[in-house]
Structure formats: C-alpha cells, structure tokens
Design a protein around this ligand. Structure first.
Ligand SMILES: *Cc1c(COP(=O)(O)O)cnc(C)c1O
Length: 383
C-alpha cells in the first residue's frame, strides 16, 4: 500500500508477478490465488490472449471516445451480447460494477417512468450514491446519507416478501443471482423465476447484478443461465477485462428504447474493450465455464469431506464457493495467506470466499483443500 493511499487496507505481501492461478513475490514465494482479487482474473494472471490484445491495442490506438467506431469496441460489444441469454440484444460499457448498476437503475427508471427500486437484504451493488443506496450494509451507507431515495429492501430468497414489495410504482428489482459479498448466498430454487414473473406482471425491470457471478464462474457464462431466467438488464464488471477496469450492461429492447441520456467519457475505451473481447472469446471458445463447473464440484466435494463438522456449510455454484466457518473469516484468511500461501477472501464475518481463476485444476484445488484443512480442521489434516 502506498503511504499516500488513505483508503485501501494493506496486506504485507508484496506481489510482483502473476501467472495463471499463481502469484509471486520478488523473492519468488509462490501463492495460490484463491480470490482472483475479487473474481477479476477468470483466465488467470497475465493470460497471453489478453496481454497480446492489450499490448497491440495500446500501441496502435490507446484512446478515442465512444462516438468513433473502433474495432476492439465493436468486437467486445458483439462478443458480450452473444454471450448473454437471448433477449438481451443491446449493451453499454462503463468502467466498473457500481457504474453498471448505477446505469441499470437510471435506465430502469427512465424506461418505466417509475422510481421505486426493490433490493435485497445482504446485497452489495457498489459504492456510488445510487448503487450504494441499493446495498444492504449500514456500515457502507450511514456516514454518507442521504443517498438516492425510494429503495425498499426485502429478505433475500423470500418470494412472498418480494410479491408484497412489488407494485405498479416499481421501476426495478435488483438482485444478485447468488449473493457474493453478503456471504455466497444461493437463493432457493424458483426464487429468480418468481422475481421474473412478478416484475413481468407490473412492467418493472428485473436487474441481475452479475458483477461477481458472471464471466463463467458459476459453470455457465452467466449465473442466470443456470436458473433459466433472463432479466431485463444484466450488469457485470470484475472479470470482464481479466483485470482491466471495464463494466457493462446488456439490456432488452424496451430498456434500450426507453433509455434517457447517460454516458461516460471512458465508455468502451479501445484498450479495455480489447481486453474484454479477448477475455470473453477465450472463455467461450475454450469452454472455461464448463471447466469451472467440474473443478468447482470437485473442490466443493473435497472441502466437505475434509472439513466435515469443523465448518457449518460449504455452498455455491462452480468456482463461486463459500465456506461458512464456526469462527471469524478474517483470521482464517490471514492464516491461509501468511502460513499456507493461499490467498482467499472473507465474505461477511464468518464466510470464507473462494473465487479462484477458472483455470485452476485438481492440483490447485487439492492445495486449497489441504491448506484450509490445516487451518480449520487440523485434526483431519494429514500434512
Ligand atoms: C464488486 C461488486 C460490485 C461493485 O463493483 P465495483 O467495480 O467495485 O464498483 C457490484 N455488485 C457486485 C455483486 C459486486 O460483487
């Protein structure tokens, strides 16, 4: 951490190089990256397809604004829209997840002419004033209030409560198909369908925030495809540029047709869209989502077997895995990093979040299981 950065937390691990699912310090110590810095590198670190695309683009044309057609941007839009479910035919790129959600809420309001936003308990949608208003945790919100208005929270996963909250004045319902930051919470079967039916009945926009669940992590390119539910607006960011800062949203025609003026200077910049195009194409062509499903199932089964009663639950889909511990996740994450060279993330107080690059295989999965066993269930450990 820089001496001048007054915001970011600091971990005493000076990383210098990354390759695939591994990170290295200057002295060559190897870490397994089980967090992908919040799911930002689905293809692993410094993937050659992304590196080549970015290097070529930055050398040829680093930036022009989005009013000029540029091949890398056209390619990225086409690949992004093609990767989303049928019905989502238009898209817009921005620079981050919070900006994608901010745009989603604005477009839902302008397309419906309504203002009410229904969001869920334990949600996380970002930290700008609108996306933050739809985020659950008071710790993130209170010091900055008042935020954007007319938000109603409902308990995540409860279809009846959702039905009570949605009415003719609802502009949007915003949900993560699986909650990330809130603790890797998988909703009950049928919940996303219920949200679809209820929003259809009143003409409200269904927004799925796939900033964390997207880009193949759950075993499909988009988590909503596992549930067979297509939203009106799908937002994403994190892994979209395999580490370069780009967010985006894909929308149905009625949202695009009803979109009032909105834009951003850096929208769809040539370099970040070159990264996004390379990332999406590689994920799709090399079928990494299916790989994530296989390795994720293996990892989850092995974790359950090794950790047993020492944890409350192992849950998630594909390589979006949460381990609900019987103690604080922060200290477990620290122990894993400092003593076992495994970098994982907490998600709330007691959930450890594993979001490795999708390119891990059984070898890395076994390393994660062994490290977690040594920290959490040493009696079950054979090392
Ligand atoms: C990280 C995250 C965001 C915010 O993305 P930023 O790029 O940090 O603004 C929004 N929604 C979800 C589900 C996230 O995980």
């Amino acid at each position: 951490m820089s001496d001048h950065d007054f915001v970011s937390g600091s971990k005493p691990i000076g990383l210098e190089r990354g390759e695939g699912p591994y990170l290295y310090t200057a002295d060559g110590t190897e870490y397994v990256d089980a967090g992908a810095s919040f799911a930002c590198t689905p293809l692993g670190h410094s993937h050659p397809a992304v590196v080549d695309a970015v290097q070529e683009q930055v050398a040829n044309l680093t930036f022009v604004d989005s009013s000029y057609p540029v091949q890398s941007r056209e390619n990225a839009y086409a690949a992004f829209v093609a990767s989303t479910p049928d019905g989502l035919e238009s898209a817009w790129f921005c620079n981050s997840g919070t900006e994608a959600n901010e745009a989603a809420l604005k477009f839902a309001r302008s397309a419906t002419g309504e203002s009410k936003i229904v969001a869920a308990t334990r949600s996380f949608h970002g930290r700008t004033m609108g996306a933050l208003a739809a985020t659950w945790k008071d710790k993130y919100k209170k010091p900055f209030e008042p935020l954007a208005g007319d938000i109603e929270f409902v308990p995540y996963g409860d279809g009846d409560e959702l039905a009570d909250a949605i009415d003719d004045e609802t502009a949007a319902v915003i949900l993560e198909p699986i909650q990330g930051e809130g603790g890797i919470n998988v909703p009950p079967a049928g919940y996303l369908e219920t949200a679809r039916e209820l929003t259809d009945e009143v003409g409200a926009a269904l927004v799925f925030d796939e900033v964390q669940t997207g880009m193949g992590r759950t075993g499909s390119m988009w988590a909503c495809q596992n549930a067979g539910v297509t939203p009106d607006i799908l937002t994403t960011a994190k892994g979209l540029g395999n580490g370069l800062p780009i967010g985006g949203l894909a929308v149905r025609d009625w949202i695009a047709d009803g979109a009032a003026s909105h834009n951003a200077t850096f929208s769809g910049g040539p370099v970040v869209t070159a990264a996004a195009h390379a990332t999406i194409s590689t994920l799709v062509e090399e079928e990494w989502p299916a790989h994530a499903a296989d390795v994720g199932a293996y990892l989850t089964t092995e974790l359950e077997a090794a950790l047993g009663d020492e944890v409350r639950e192992v849950r998630g889909e594909g390589l979006l895995v949460g381990v609900e511990l019987k103690r604080g996740a922060n200290r477990v994450a620290r122990d894993l990093a400092m003593n076992h060279q495994v970098l994982a993330l907490p998600a709330g107080r007691t959930v450890l979040r594993l979001l490795p690059p999708l390119v891990i295989d059984g070898t890395e999965a076994d390393r994660l299981v062994d490290a977690l066993t040594a920290v959490v269930a040493p009696d079950n450990s054979d090392s």
